[in-house]
Design a protein around this ligand. Structure first.
Ligand SMILES: NC(=O)c1ccc[n+]([C@@H]2O[C@H](COP(=O)([O-])OP(=O)(O)OC[C@H]3O[C@@H](n4cnc5c(N)ncnc54)[C@H](OP(=O)(O)O)[C@@H]3O)[C@@H](O)[C@H]2O)c1
Length: 293
């Protein structure tokens, strides 16, 4: 590895930590969610699973959803074994019927949740040069990362607004803040959801519903397996769940890392310089084998 590449990797790794100043005055997670209902999408594995377990330990009634029912049953069992309460509600959120069936069930059996974590998603890493005949990549990413999340929010938000309380969060990505090359399908869908939630935050301000965009860095889950980003620092799933739990506790508009926040500021203040840097990064990191498929 060249000196330049090693230094770039080191600098990126050093900033891949949540940028959160201590706030002892915010309620604890337990105070925030105990006795409340939290719906976590994408809870069958990775970050969503770890977050569901965390919320269960904090005393929330956790509603877990994803497609793999057996995995959800294991999450429910683990929460119950630890003395908590959880329900499995399997659904395919890439399909409108799946979104509506889930929303109907949640509203009928539990009412609008107090906390909604829009976490289900999929990542696609492929350069635009390799996407000439792959519009379906963009369609797939949009269906689960954007439309599924928006569809669910549209159905659950009226109950939150009527009750005048609720918190909607999304597992967004540092890539959205940094125009990450080779992730145009993924980043586009994630950025669209960020924008939807920012508009919702404006419209729902008087109804006291809160919205938080969590810009997660690289997290060590099944999702990043095919990306081939060896050498770059990643959070563990528990650290990523901690980051979202911190957002549930504090209810900020945004929570991210030093890496994402600095890059976003840099792109705004010195767009050409940053674009050049990102282009260098794009050329220095090779295409993954998975992206050739
Ligand atoms: N890992 C990272 O580096 C990273 C970084 C930034 C943001 N994020 C975001 O964090 C979230 C969780 O990702 P992860 O890393 O924990 O990956 P993961 O382990 O692959 O989790 C993805 C979750 O989404 C669910 N899902 C996928 N397609 C679905 C569908 N059509 N309907 C319902 N559920 C579906 C999966 O469950 P089923 O397969 O059972 O349906 C799974 O529970 C994603 O939104 C991702 O974009 C991840």
């Amino acid at each position: 590895m060249s000196v330049r590449k090693r230094l770039t990797t080191r600098a990126i790794n050093a900033m891949t930590r949540p940028a959160v100043a201590p706030n002892p005055f915010a309620p604890t997670l337990e105070q925030r969610v105990s006795g409340k209902t939290a719906l976590v999408t994408g809870a069958s594995s990775g970050i969503g699973r770890a977050l569901a377990l965390r919320l269960g330990r904090a005393g929330a009634t956790v509603l877990v959803t994803a497609r793999r029912a057996e995995e959800l049953d294991l999450v429910v069992k683990e929460i119950e074994d630890a003395g908590g309460t959880a329900y499995s509600l399997p659904a395919d959120l890439a399909e409108e019927d799946g979104v509506n069936a889930l929303a109907d069930r949640v509203l009928a059996e539990h009412g609008a949740p107090d906390v909604l974590v829009l976490n289900a998603g999929r990542s696609i890493r492929r350069s635009i040069a390799r996407s000439e005949h792959r519009l379906h990549d963009y369609d797939r990413a949009l269906r689960i990362n954007y439309l599924g999340a928006v569809g669910l929010t549209l159905r659950l938000l009226p109950g939150m607004r009527e009750r005048r309380s609720g918190h909607v969060l999304t597992s967004s990505s540092v890539g959205v803040q940094s125009d990450l090359p080779r992730f145009s399908a993924y980043i586009g869908s994630k950025a669209a959801l960020d924008a939807f939630l920012r508009v919702a935050a404006v419209e729902c301000l008087a109804d006291r519903v809160k919205f938080t965009i969590v810009h997660l860095p690289l997290v060590d889950t099944e999702m990043i397996g095919p990306t081939g980003w060896d050498g770059f620092e990643s959070l563990s799933v528990d650290e990523a769940a901690d980051m979202i739990a911190e957002a549930i506790r504090r209810q900020p508009d945004h929570l991210g890392t030093a890496l994402g926040n600095l890059t976003a500021a840099g792109i705004t203040l010195a767009p050409r310089t940053f674009r050049r840097g990102l282009h260098y990064f794009h050329r220095a990191v090779p295409e993954s084998d998975a992206s050739k498929g």
